[in-house]
Structures are given as structure tokens and as C-alpha cells.
Design a protein around this ligand. Structure first.
Ligand SMILES: Cc1ncc(COP(=O)(O)O)c(C=O)c1O
Length: 446
């Protein structure tokens, strides 16, 4: 079965969902019925259904059938690759081919290091040597005060966000986040029955006066920020803004979660906000963006008094994060290779940002981040551009997936790192540029 065939069938189904032929919560035809209609095989339809289920557009229930479901921002923002011809600008991950060899070697070493001690149940926060590696990783990029007693291991940063939101707030509580934010934070809040309120931002991140206002008006229990190369805006908070934010958190009965997953992309380490308020803040770092998201290695530095409670959450939630991945991670960090890999990814991001600025002159910001937050010409709406770009095999994320206020921002987010080569980057961006330069009104009506 060709991958093109089932992804084409998936596109037909998705179009029918978008156009209302298959409404929300409706049951889809059986594999056989749709296969007959579309002149294909039931196996191809099954594969198309699976693809759309992975994207969060369908849900299958054994014995009941397949139903159209509400797409979540998270599943829409990050789209799995469908077709080799696609220019997928939706996934924020490192240039993976640059890391494959080092990872192969690290896992070989990890295999040789496996001992009975390492393959059993262990402390929920992880082995001491692996926690120390996490301390060293975060310290290199600006976090102070981490040690093996206050650092815990998680299955990546998303898991850390889930644990922290559930440990620090209760259903019905409000969480304050940047007004444009990573949809994974909104997804955890929504699944856990927490409300979300947006804090307005300027070019340096959340605005201190606005943070004060949100705290006074919405009484959040927790503030979550992404201080470096923020997703989606790309903004990095300078040290002075970090100090101001810390000062405000300190004055109130409130926690800070600092999701610093992109800290390794800063040209020079910038002190973490958590350095200024260690007893009120939780700092998250991870290897997903520098080394590989498949490793699922995340680190949380917590206030000492909160470690026992967080361990209880880890125990209930996952028992422990797999030590086997952490053996490889610790090898990479202890030998210094992890930092070299991070530097290569940063260098690649800088080169790709340069290419993006050449092709898209409306880009003003100079960043070493993985992504760009691209303003659209006035005539274009983000959702429309996303659909038209997809017809040309270019996958982008609409700004609406990141907007806490529900406005439709006139931006799209583009990851520059998920297409394989600089040549493909140029081709994909040029297609997008030509589309944005064209007159939306002369295209087929939407
Ligand atoms: C700000 C932010 N936090 C967390 C994550 C998830 O990271 P992980 O793969 O380590 O769970 C992402 C992924 O895009 C992200 O952008």
C-alpha cells in the first residue's frame, strides 16, 4: 500500500469533516463502505482513519465504530508527517539526522552499562547519577541551586507540565500563562479542569504591570512562562524582565513554573527566573529539543519542601521515568557530547533563521530559535493560509492554536528545523512566500 494513497484518502475524509459532510460526533462509514465508494481497499481506509485518529480528528471505539471528534489545539498545531513530499513546518524538533550517530553510540554504551540495579524499580525521582546529569545540563544554561536532592526526572517536559499543574493546583483553579502560549499547557489545563488566563506580552515577554493585574483580577494559583525562545512568539526574556517577574511572584501567594526547554538556544546563558525565587518556582528543562524528543528525558528542579509531594505524583502517574533512557542521557551529558550536539543544533537554527530572513523580508526579529512567528499580509487569515499551504504540501501551524484569548492572530508559526535540508527549507519557504504574495480573492472560494 503506498503511503500517498492512504494519506490522500485521509485528506478526502478531513475535507468532508471540514465542510460539514461528516459533522462533529457523527459516526463514519465502515472501512468497507468507504473503500467501495472511494475505489480503494478497507485496509487503506483503516490506515487513513488511524492517521486522522493520531491527529486528534477521529476517535475509534471497539464494537462501536469511528467518530468525528473535536480537534485539540495540541494535535492540530503539531502535525505528524504524512507524506515524504510534505514540507512540514509544524514540528519543533532538532535536525534529527545530525544526532542519529551520537545517539546510536550512546545507547550502545547504555546497553553495556545495564546492571541488575539499573533495571529494577528504583526511587521515583530517578537514580542519583541521572539526577546529577540533569543538574549539570540545566546549570550549563543558567539555572543555579540545582542538586540531586531537589531535581527529579520526568518523561520529557510535557510530562513535567502535567505533573506540576496537577500537583500545584486543583480543579477549578486558574493558571496564568503568556497570552500566546504552547498549546500543551492549555491541553493539560483543559484536561484537568483548570481555567487559563492570558498575560499580555511585549517584545520582552509578559508585561510586569499586566501580570500584577491578572493576579489581582483572576487570582491564579500558578503562573507558567517559557522564558527562552518562547513558543510561539520566539521572544526571550532579558535578565531585567526575569527579575521583575520574579519580584512579582515573590510578593504573592502563588507558584511559578518556568518551562525552560529552549534555554540551550541562548547565545550566552541567561539566569533562570527560578534563581531569584528558588522557594516559589519549579524549573523544567529537557533533552527533547537539543538531542531527541524520543528519549523523553526531562528534569524538574523543585523547592526542597515540594520534593516529597512531587515524588508522590510521579509514583502515581508513571512510577518512575525509564532509567534506561537516562543511562544514555547521562553518558551524553557526562562526556560533554550533549552540549556539543546542542551547540550544533543552535548553529543550524541560526543558519536557518538567516535563510528565512532572506526569503521572508517581513521577518524583523533576529533569533537563534527553532521557529518563527510570521506576520501575514492583511488580506490573509491564518486558517485560510494553512489550508491553502497544505494543498501545496506545505504544513504550517495557524496562530489560533496558541492564542489563549481565542482571537484569531494574524500570524502563523513555522518550525525551521523539521525539514531535512537547507535546500528543502528554501523550497518550502519560497512556496509559502509565493502563496502569501498572491491575491487570496483570486483563489478558489473557501
Ligand atoms: C514550551 C514547550 N514545552 C514543552 C514541550 C514538550 O516537550 P517534551 O517533548 O520534552 O515533552 C514543548 C514542545 O514543543 C514546548 O514547546
Amino acid at each position: 500500500m503506498s503511503s500517498t494513497k492512504f494519506s490522500k484518502i485521509a485528506q478526502i475524509i478531513e475535507k468532508r469533516i471540514d465542510e460539514g459532510e461528516y459533522p462533529l460526533n457523527s459516526k463514519l462509514p465502515t472501512h468497507r463502505v468507504l473503500a467501495d465508494e472511494l475505489d480503494t481497499t478497507p485496509a487503506t481506509v483503516a490506515k487513513a482513519y488511524k492517521l486522522l485518529a493520531d491527529k486528534g480528528r477521529l476517535e475509534s471505539f471497539i464494537g462501536r465504530g469511528t467518530f468525528v471528534c473535536e480537534p485539540s489545539e495540541l494535535s492540530m498545531a503539531i502535525q505528524a508527517p504524512e507524506d515524504e513530499a510534505d514540507f512540514n513546518f509544524s514540528i519543533l524538533q532538532p535536525c534529527l539526522h545530525k544526532n542519529v550517530l551520537s545517539l546510536q553510540k550512546a545507547y550502545q554504551v547504555a546497553g553495556q552499562q545495564l546492571t541488575a540495579d539499573l533495571i529494577g524499580y528504583t526511587e521515583h525521582s530517578g537514580h542519583k547519577a541521572h539526577r546529577q546529569a540533569g543538574v549539570n545540563w540545566a546549570k550549563r544554561y543558567g539555572l543555579e541551586g540545582g542538586d540531586v536532592s531537589n531535581t527529579l526526572l520526568t518523561n520529557g517536559a510535557q510530562h513535567a507540565l502535567f505533573l506540576l499543574i496537577n500537583a500545584l493546583t486543583k480543579p477549578g483553579d486558574t493558571i496564568a500563562v503568556e497570552s500566546l502560549t504552547y498549546p500543551g499547557i492549555m491541553a493539560v489545563a483543559s484536561l484537568s479542569g483548570r481555567n487559563v488566563v492570558g498575560i499580555p506580552m511585549d517584545g520582552h515577554g509578559v508585561i510586569p504591570e499586566e501580570l500584577e493585574k491578572v493576579i489581582a483580577e483572576s487570582k491564579p494559583t500558578l503562573v507558567v512562562v517559557v522564558p527562552s525562545h518562547q513558543n510561539p512568539t520566539g521572544i526571550t526574556m532579558p535578565e531585567c524582565r526575569r527579575r521583575e517577574v520574579a519580584g512579582i511572584i515573590e510578593k504573592h501567594d502563588i507558584w511559578l513554573v518556568e518551562d525552560d526547554i529552549y534555554c540551550f538556544l541562548n547565545e550566552e546563558p541567561i539566569p533562570a527566573i527560578s534563581n531569584f525565587i528558588p522557594s516559589k518556582s519549579f524549573h523544567i528543562s529537557a533533552l527533547s529539543k537539543a538531542i531527541s524528543p524520543a528519549m523523553r528525558c526531562g528534569f524538574v528542579k523543585a523547592p526542597q519542601g515540594q520534593v516529597t509531594s512531587l515524588n508522590a505524583h510521579i509514583r502515581t502517574n508513571t512510577w518512575l521515568s525509564s532509567p534506561i533512557n537516562y543511562i544514555a542521557a547521562t553518558h551524553l551529558i557526562d562526556t560533554g557530547e550533549a552540549f556539543e550536539m546542542a551547540a550544533i543544533q543552535r548553529e543550524t537554527a541560526c543558519q536557518r533563521q538567516h535563510i528565512a530572513r532572506e526569503i521572508l523580508p517581513q521577518l524583523q526579529c533576529h533569533s537563534s530559535g527553532y521557529h518563527i512567528w510570521l506576520p501575514l499580509p492583511e488580506s490573509w487569515k491564518a486558517e485560510r493560509l494553512m489550508v491553502e499551504a497544505k494543498n501545496k504540501n506545505v504544513i504550517v501551524s495557524s496562530g489560533s492554536y496558541f492564542d489563549v484569548t481565542g482571537n484569531e492572530p494574524d500570524h502563523i508559526r513555522l518550525s525551521l528545523m523539521s525539514v531535512s535540508t537547507e535546500q528543502r527549507l528554501r523550497e518550502g519557504l519560497s512556496i509559502l512566500k509565493a502563496l502569501m504574495d498572491s491575491d487570496v480573492n483570486t483563489l478558489f472560494p473557501f
